[in-house]
Design a protein around this ligand. Structure first.
Ligand code: AMZ
Length: 275
């Protein structure tokens, strides 16, 4: 519960060493456009395994580990301050499925955790926050159940993040197997007014495809909103992460590139999070 009460913002995740390293260094850090980006390693869980899907397609799955808890511990050991965990079975089923593994990841690590996939009721969200999950990601309900989203924001504010998963600019729902007619940027602008504090924008075509992030879409989204933005989908190099830093993005989710070795997490955290 302590973790739940600790309302530390993602953007405040600066080490104490940096905090005390003197005024000039601190001033320089905060004056630099596009200073540090938090790197969130992705742990996508399907059938109890740590996997990556290609463009979110459940039929195109690569298993990287049969032990997601071990993976979470490895990412923590590499320095991850946050973990991005997705219950893929949950997103498809419409309710959390891999609860026991999520609970074990929570118990086995001290990194903060954001979790999405199948969160479709207040009870689901409450359950995850009670487990010690720091932030719950709502995707489908942002389209299908505005009243639920509003109530979740009223109850848990900062602990709620909206996932905007877009294909050709339009928002996908239900495990990305259904397309809405809603444009991601206009939904984001609308929901900012409802009190959403943070978005995760995923470009579905780039997810698991190692093609680089969709910088144009991210820029368009930044123009539309005034709240925090985390980018997801396509990151495959340190150069991609530097490009996101230049945009002033708060966080970057890295998935496949960590599992293939294209990005080394410890190195990325050293170079990008602390730049
Ligand atoms: O890869 C997929 N097919 C997929 C995926 N990664 N489908 C959903 N999700 C993630 C979203 C978000 O974090 O990126 O699940 C969450 C949304 O789930 P829901 O159940 O709220 O729509």
């Amino acid at each position: 519960m302590q973790r739940y009460r600790d309302r530390a913002r993602l953007g405040n995740a600066i080490s104490s060493r940096e905090e005390w390293s003197g005024w000039s260094a601190t001033a320089e850090k905060f004056c630099k456009v596009g200073a540090g980006v938090i790197i969130l390693p992705a742990i996508d869980i399907k059938d109890g395994r740590c996997v990556r899907l290609y463009q979110g397609d459940y039929a195109q799955v690569t298993t990287y580990s049969t032990d997601p808890v071990q993976v979470a511990q490895n990412w923590q050991l590499a320095g991850a301050s946050w973990l991005h965990v997705v219950d893929l079975d949950g997103a498809a089923a419409g309710h959390p499925v891999n609860i026991e593994i999520i609970e074990r990841i929570r118990t086995a690590t001290t990194s903060r955790i954001e979790l999405g996939g199948g969160m479709r009721s207040l009870a689901h969200i409450q359950h995850m926050l009670n487990l010690g999950i720091d932030r719950v990601i709502l995707g489908t309900v942002a389209i299908t159940d505005r009243a639920l989203l509003k109530e979740a924001l009223a109850r848990w504010g900062e602990h709620i993040t909206v996932g905007l998963d877009a294909r050709d600019g339009r928002v996908a729902i239900s495990g990305w197997r259904e397309m809405s007619r809603v444009q991601a940027a206009s939904l984001a602008a609308e929901l900012c007014a409802e009190g959403v504090r943070r978005y995760i924008y995923t470009d579905i075509a780039r997810d698991g495809a190692l093609q680089g992030p969709n910088l144009d879409a991210l820029k368009a989204l930044q123009r539309a909103i005034s709240c925090s933005l985390i980018a997801s989908g396509g990151v495959c190099s340190l150069a991609d992460l530097h490009a996101l830093a230049e945009l002033g993005i708060e966080g970057a989710i890295v998935g496949k590139a960590l599992y293939t070795g294209d990005v080394d997490l410890a190195e990325a955290i050293r170079e990008i999070e602390k730049r």
